[in-house]
Ligand binder design. Structure first.
Ligand code: PEP
Ligand code: MG
Length: 889
């Protein structure tokens, strides 16, 4: 096994082995670009080290051989006293993991070689500055010395000199600083700073290996679902210096604008500086375009290289470069991060340039990006005072009055105020306040904090971990840097897509992408937004290639029409219980309270015409497309008053001696219907089996509605769906009853209705006996909400707010199984039920209508197991269409 690769030996496809940075350095080397020579120690070596606690036996010799070759090529030896070769040691995993481990630069400097470097460079200040940087970086990241000790000493030195600028420290100052830094190292670690260059290098390599299992790295991996056993590669690269004078410098650049995708010159340059100065913002950078005046040769060469990289990678790249005394060096490149809008634009631009095809364009965007583009957002042109910047935890643009506790949030929102709930961090007690608020802002916690998880679950805007904001809940105020104080009642605006927090009300504009889907903006119009055109084209590609059809979960004509505009190809779930709310609740109450057959029949007869007209509207809105209507599903107590409220009302009335007969009967009924576990109780198909006439009424309403639409020359395609079936016997009974009703309506109206009858698969037993159930069902729709609930034994209504935060933090899962399908558990039941169902009935129609139907990752899974369609809420339809296309492309 080979553990070390020269940059000339690798390529960009070896990311598993060489890490992202190493693979791309190799790729650039082989493209003939000016990369300082070096080599990469593989992730395999790291894995051996992590498993056994020691570097693989062969590593030392392999490193020596590569180092020899490097020294030969450079004509000098690592740390050589009169003319030292210096190297950088940098980590580089397969996936970029910010915050894992800093780079160590200038390895090879020592008390002896610093003098040689000074002589060679003809620059004493430069040499001592490089040496103090080495001790500082090495001390902090390799030896674990508190970095502040070095920074304090540096600050002291500047103060003594009466300056704020590092550049004002001269060689003597820096030499003094080196002595101080060495003393810090000796004091803190009990040993001297290592003078042997090879020892420096080996220790740095080992520190990079160790950093893989640092707490921050572990947490980051769990959150981003990066496997814990990949290991990191280590890149050893000969140093080039941007801090050798005004003809040197360092910079970062993008091959096109990462915000818009436009081609041009985007980047920053810092004269006479090393890489970390740019990031640290110590001095002000200049726009890259100014490099043209400073050093035209290097600038032209850089432009040339960027074009080479774009055509080679066929994508936007970001790069780091250094100019050493007029010679340009490439230090890093990778396919660059970009905004959601830029992702769509760039994908279509690259198609137009002939660099990629449409299938590839689909892979360059994703549903999460599209979802982001559909949120309303703050008007970019508006003036806004930013007071904080946290983690973009849940997208959206929210404006409201600052409140600091849940109670006030609820109280104010009841009186019609829009509020933003601000907390240091949230806990389950804040739930009501979070529900009441427009958005949530916390100063602590990351992407999986309680606030973030719950807010995402609720689809509510959230910025978390805005650490520079000091939240004082007792005094109901928040202080921002610069002393801005936000008191309770002051208006703030938070942007959950960028994490930015603004003082005052920032105007919100609707998303142009939603305007487009709604049909209010046309991609072909002259003034159409460039983004809208890109989205239009990408959606067209997706629709052309996808196999999955996309339907909507909708239960009224308005939602159905919007869904249709958004591209729905039918309704996959109409939850009829939503039609029993409001004024109709009373009719349901009468049905539940009925003591006699005739009372019950009366209640049902009153509901029938209402249901029928609901279905007529729905079938009209979806004319020509399938509409799956689910018979009543929830436990009946949901239609009755709350047991505590009602008990109090009855008790008070009794005390006043004016008891209301209806309330008393209601209370009796509530007691009778009360269940410890209503979700596992009298609901779904069970209602149809024990409440005479209920399902028959619904089926009649559907059939009569279909007949009415036929008469009106419409094309109704209703499908009747039975929920919560666990065994085929339940289904058979209900089906026989339904067929009789349909036959009656057909006879009475003289129309053939061709209604189909099917079932939801949302209990494990149904999935396990799918072969039998398919005998009685013309279609299956997987109810993955209940299926997840029953497979895991997780209450879907409670867990997200109770222990899921702990589960996410412990990495038991990276995302809630109610959000993304649990492929191994719930998913494998879906897969086997698909196979068993189709074995019984080859033309069985298969879909999913749980929340997962609109989740990007889950859509790919449903494509793979061979469903015919996914069904999701209207707003997620474009996302589902896109992801179905990406799955098929
Ligand atoms: C389901 O259980 O997945 C489903 C779609 O039904 P409901 O969410 O209404 O229980
Ligand atoms: Mg269900």
């Amino acid at each position: 096994q080979k553990f070390v690769y020269d940059f000339t030996e690798g390529n960009k496809d070896l990311k598993d082995l060489l890490g992202g940075k190493g693979a791309n350095l190799a790729e650039m080397t082989n493209l003939g670009l000016p990369v300082p020579p070096g080599f990469t120690i593989t992730t395999e070596a790291c894995k051996v080290y992590l498993e056994s606690g020691a570097e693989p036996a062969a590593l030392r010799d392999e490193v020596s051989a590569h180092l020899d070759a490097l020294e030969q090529r450079m004509g000098k030896k690592l740390g050589q006293a009169d003319d030292p070769l210096l190297v950088s040691v940098r980590s580089g995993a397969k996936f970029s993991m910010p915050g894992m481990m800093d780079t160590v630069l200038n390895i090879g400097l020592s008390d002896a070689s610093v003098v040689g470097l000074a002589a060679q460079a003809g620059n004493e200040r430069f040499a001592w500055d490089s040496y103090r940087r080495l001790i500082q970086m090495f001390g902090k990241t390799v030896l674990g010395v508190d970095g502040e000790l070095f920074e304090d000493a540096l600050e002291d030195a500047k103060r003594a000199k009466g300056t704020h600028d590092d550049l004002d420290l001269d060689a003597a100052d820096l030499r003094g600083l080196v002595e101080q830094f060495k003393a810090v190292v000796a004091k803190e670690t009990g040993r001297d700073f290592p003078q042997d260059p090879r020892e420096q290098m080996d220790l740095a390599v080992r520190a990079v290996f160790d950093s893989w299992n640092g707490e921050r790295a572990k947490l980051y991996r769990r959150q981003e679902r990066i496997p814990g056993d990949l290991g990191t590669a280590v890149n050893i690269c000969s140093m080039v210096f941007g801090n050798l004078g005004s003809d040197s410098g360092t910079g970062v650049a993008f091959t096109r604008d990462p915000a818009t995708g436009h081609q041009g010159v985007y980047g920053d340059y810092l004269c006479n500086a090393q890489g970390e100065d740019v990031v640290a913002g110590i001095r002000n950078t200049v726009p890259l375009a100014e490099l043209e005046q400073l050093d035209k040769t290097s600038y032209d060469q850089l432009m040339q290289i960027m074009e080479t990289l774009e055509t080679h990678y066929k994508d936007l790249c970001d790069i780091e470069f250094t100019i050493e005394r007029g010679k340009l060096w490439m230090l890093q490149t990778r396919v660059g991060k970009r905004t959601a809008a830029a992702a769509f634009r760039i994908a279509t631009q690259l198609v137009d340039q002939g660099l990629i095809d449409e299938a590839e364009a689909l892979q360059r965007v994703n549903g999460a990006q599209l979802a982001q583009l559909m949120f309303p957002r703050f008007d970019e042109k508006a003036k806004a005072e930013r007071i904080g910047w946290g983690i973009a935890a849940s997208p959206g643009a929210a404006v409201g009055k600052a409140v600091f506790d849940s109670y006030t949030a609820v109280k104010w929102s009841r009186s019609g105020e829009k509020v933003i709930l601000i907390r240091r961090e949230t806990n389950p007690d804040d739930l009501n306040g979070m529900i009441a608020a427009e958005g949530i802002l916390t100063s602590r916690g990351g992407k999986t904090s309680h606030a973030a998880v719950v807010a995402r679950g609720m689809g509510k805007t959230c910025v978390c971990g805005a650490e520079e904001l000091e939240v004082d809940t007792k005094r109901r105020r928040m202080t921002a840097p610069g002393g801005v104080v936000v008191e309770e009642g002051d208006v703030i605006s938070i942007d959950g897509s960028s994490g930015k927090v603004y003082l005052g009300k920032v105007p919100v504009v609707p998303s142009p992408v939603v305007e487009y889907f709604e049909g209010r903006m046309h991609a072909g119009a002259d003034d159409a937004d460039e983004l809208v055109r890109a989205v239009h084209r990408i959606m067209a590609y997706a629709d052309r290639v996808r196999r999955l059809r996309v339907r909507a979960n909708a239960d009224n004509a308005e939602d159905a029409s919007r869904a249709r505009r958004f591209g729905a190809q039918g309704i996959g779930l109409c939850r009829t219980e939503h039609m029993f709310l409001g004024e109709r609740r009373e009719l349901v109450e009468r049905l539940i309270l009925a003591d006699t057959d005739s009372e019950r029949d009366k209640a049902l007869s009153a509901l029938l015409p209402l249901q029928r007209s609901d279905f007529v509207e729905l079938l009209e809105a979806m004319d020509g497309l399938p509409v799956t209507v689910r018979l009543l599903d929830p436990p009946l107590h949901e239609f009755l008053p709350d047991i505590t409220e009602l008990s109090v009302r009855v008790a008070l009335a009794e005390a006043r001696k004016d008891s209301n007969e209806n309330d008393l009967r209601l209370l009796q009924a509530v007691h009778k219907l009360h269940e410890q576990n209503p979700m596992l109780g009298l609901r779904g198909v069970r209602l149809g089996l024990v409440i005479p006439g209920l399902f028959a009424m619904q089926v009649r309403a559907i059939a009569e509605a279909a007949a009415e639409r036929r008469n009106a020359k419409g094309d109704p395609r209703a499908e009747i769906m039975i929920p919560l079936v666990g065994t085929v016997q339940e289904l058979e009974i209900v089906r026989d009853e339904a067929e009789a009703v349909i036959a009656e309506v057909e006879a009475a109206t003289g129309t053939e209705l061709s209604l189909t009858l099917g079932t939801m698969i949302e209990l494990p037993r149904a999935a396990l006996t799918a072969a039998q159930i398919a005998e009685a069902a013309q279609f299956f729709s997987f109810g993955t909400n209940d299926l997840t609930q029953t497979v895991w034994g997780f209450s879907r209504d409670d867990v997200e707010a109770s222990f899921f935060t702990a589960y996410l933090e412990k990495g038991i899962f990276g995302v809630s199984p109610f959000e993304t399908i649990d492929k191994d558990g719930v998913g494998s039941l879906v897969r086997s039920a698909v196979e068993a169902g189709r074995a019984t009935r080859p033309d069985l129609k298969l879909g999913v209508c749980g929340e997962h139907g609109g989740d990007p990752e889950s859509v790919h899974f449903f494509h793979e197991v061979g469903l015919d369609y996914v069904s999701c809420s209207p707003f997620r339809i474009p996302v589902a269409r896109l992801e179905a296309g990406r799955a098929a492309a």
